[in-house]
Design a protein. Structure first.
Length: 264
């Protein structure tokens, strides 16, 4: 992590000329990319804040977010809460395609949970009010540990969603294992607590990315997301855990395929 020694951030080089038809975010993206590749902002250093970049280049913070989001997507920078935006590479990569998931059966979902990992960045405790009880289909007044996480792909570490994980208090020790190449929550419920997942309920809808996830994901306010809520139920029809996933619009695709005469 970069050292915070009070040294002001490096000044950017002269911005690249902007054509009349070039969007401001594309122009700013190219200017920042040039500064990173040239070493003005070396690997391990902090990029200036949104406010600083906005003032330096004379653009809106909305433009800054869109420009830096593209730097995140090609692997040049990473945002860290309470630290800032860190330059992680000086070699831009190719924009990565969306992750395609087929979640049409329990087998598909359990295979998918083995292909992703969770990075916990916060936690809260929630008591189910009527709205939450209706959404999760849990008991009103029941207590839940809510983990705020980023869901990443095992193969390359790419973040594909902001995910809230709801755990009953008796399963709270699961959070201690959610780091590195951890087992799926399904497997931990089975192996550590002897819980059997009998049924998975999945609900999908279009929505906006929650405000508390925007900075971590490098997105602007009002960014679209695909909300996918998956509830895991035992043979006695008791809700064990819920994952509420908000998938980034250009990083995730849901694909299912059936043939006549087959069960979906």
């Amino acid at each position: 992590m970069p050292k915070n020694d009070g040294t002001p951030p490096a000044k950017p080089t002269r911005a690249t000329p902007r054509s009349k038809t070039q969007p401001r975010y594309a122009w700013l993206h190219q200017s920042l990319l040039n500064d990173i590749v040239s070493g003005t902002y070396p690997v391990g250093s902090l990029l200036p804040t949104e406010a600083q970049l906005s003032a330096t280049f004379g653009v809106s913070r909305h433009t800054v977010r869109e420009a830096t989001r593209r730097l995140v997507d090609i692997g040049l920078i990473v945002r860290y809460p309470s630290i800032g935006t860190v330059v992680t590479s000086a070699q831009p990569g190719v924009a990565r395609p969306s992750y395609v998931a087929g979640l049409g059966s329990m087998k598909d979902i359990l295979a998918y949970t083995d292909q992703t990992r969770l990075e916990v960045f916060g936690e809260t405790v929630a008591v189910a009010d009527e709205a939450m009880a209706e959404s999760l289909r849990c008991e009103a007044g029941s207590k839940w540990l809510v983990l705020h996480t980023n869901r990443c792909l095992v193969e390359n570490g790419r973040v594909i969603s902001y995910t809230r994980v709801y755990l009953r208090p008796e399963f709270e020790k699961i959070k201690e294992k959610l780091h590195g190449n951890h087992p799926s929550i399904y497997k931990m419920l089975q192996d550590d607590y002897g819980q059997e997942i009998h049924r998975i309920r999945q609900q999908i809808e279009a929505t906006l990315m929650p405000e508390n996830a925007l900075f971590q994901l490098g997105l602007e306010s009002g960014s679209p997301a695909l909300r996918m809520l998956r509830a895991y139920v035992d043979p006695q029809d008791r809700l064990l855990t819920v994952s509420e996933n908000f998938y980034i619009a250009d990083r995730f695709k849901l694909q299912t395929e059936w043939e006549r005469g087959e069960e979906p």
